[in-house]
Design a binder for this molecule. Structure first.
Ligand code: KG4
Ligand code: ZN
Length: 340
């Protein structure tokens, strides 16, 4: 008898990206994302505008994901969606859509934790990529979160460190705002850093004990530094933008690495996986590859398309839960503060 293929539709609408993906037996067939450029005008995500844009995007994005995967909705085995954490209005769009579609097709519905998904994205089939072995340490670095997680199994995870204030993505975005780089500034700082001297300017690293982080002080230090320098030279930013960006990125990467070193010492685990939007950063990617040889670590770096918010990571969690028959019911509700 030929085994029936398992097709999972993943839906992600936790923040400002409307995303849908189709996965077949662990392999991604499509990964569609509609970014919402409207937020650039405001220098950050405006929740009300995000949920309205999700409502406009969700049907075309899901249709595109099905078309690209060359399947029709009746082929689907289950629907996985982001239950939380995220913005309530945004989560509601994906949750309601997933519930209605699963009900209409009479197929299982699977709830997914967005932060677990950033970590489990490492289990998507990729040619030549060795998946992490348990236990490993995951550092999830995004615009909303900064966490160090001990991962003992797919769904056995514990946060062992996290930020006490801003997320690392916010540190990039807020520093970029000070420099007039627009939103989101992370990728722009990354791009400009390539042409700059990372040691040109020094920013003090925050002193937080153990595995927790703090980024709000760094942002303030950068603001005061820029204010003082532009007072002396109004053209300071323009003349030094590459060096400023490289120095900011260098400092942030050092902060992240210092914590990873403590985490490996505390847990005795030297397998490190990164995930979330900031894991697209070339500075952290290069540094981890360099350091793994020196410190005897094994590092796992996600493919670019699975770093920032996407639905492929939701679909893989859906697949892992489908195999365990871990389904949810029509009573499920979105949870903006859902914990790992
Ligand atoms: O995971 P994500 O798409 O959304 C959240 O769940 O927050 O992460 C978005 C964050 C933004 O702060 C953005 O500036 C940052 O990831 N980001 C980067 C890079 N690409 C995205 N930060 C630094 N370097 C990058 N290349
Ligand atoms: Zn995210």
């Amino acid at each position: 008898m030929v085994r029936k293929k398992i097709y999972i539709l993943g839906i992600e609408t936790s923040c400002d990206d409307t995303a849908a993906s189709v996965l077949c037996d662990g392999k991604i067939l499509s990964n569609i994302i509609a970014n919402q450029n409207i937020h650039e005008t405001y220098g950050g995500v405006v929740p009300e505008l995000a949920s309205r844009a999700h409502q406009q995007n969700i049907v075309p994005v899901v249709n595109q994901a099905l078309n690209k995967a060359k399947i029709v909705k009746d082929d689907l085995s289950a629907i996985a969606f982001t239950k939380g954490p995220g913005l309530m209005g945004s989560l509601l769009v994906g949750t309601s859509f997933a519930k209605s579609l699963a009900l209409g097709l009479n197929i299982p519905l699977i709830e997914v934790n967005h932060m677990q998904a950033h970590i489990l994205a490492h289990f998507i089939e990729r040619k030549g990529y060795e998946k992490p072995k348990f236990p490993f340490i995951a550092m999830t670095i995004s615009g909303g979160h900064t966490q160090i997680v001990k991962v003992d199994d797919y769904f056995k995870m514990n946060i062992i460190g996290e930020t006490l204030d801003d997320a690392v993505g916010e540190a990039f975005d807020k520093s970029g705002k000070i420099l007039g780089l627009g939103y989101p500034a992370g990728p722009k700082i990354d791009g400009l850093s390539k042409y700059g001297n990372p040691k040109k300017f020094t920013f003090t690293k925050p002193k937080v004990e153990g595995l927790n982080f703090s980024f709000s002080g760094l942002k303030t230090a950068i603001l005061y530094f820029i204010q003082a320098e532009t007072k002396k030279n109004p053209n300071f930013i323009n003349e030094n933008i590459n060096d400023i960006c490289a120095s900011i990125q260098y400092t942030i990467v050092e902060i992240l690495l210092d914590k990873l070193k403590i985490a490996t010492k505390k847990t005795g685990i030297k397998k490190i996986a990164i995930g979330g939007g900031v894991s697209a950063n070339s500075g952290i990617r290069e540094k981890l590859k360099k350091i793994e040889k020196i410190l005897g670590w094994k590092t796992y770096i996600p493919a670019f398309e699975y770093t920032t918010d996407n639905a492929a990571m939701i679909a893989i969690v859906g697949y892992l839960k489908y195999k365990k028959k871990n389904f949810t019911t029509q009573k499920v509700v979105a949870e903006p503060r859902l914990k790992i």
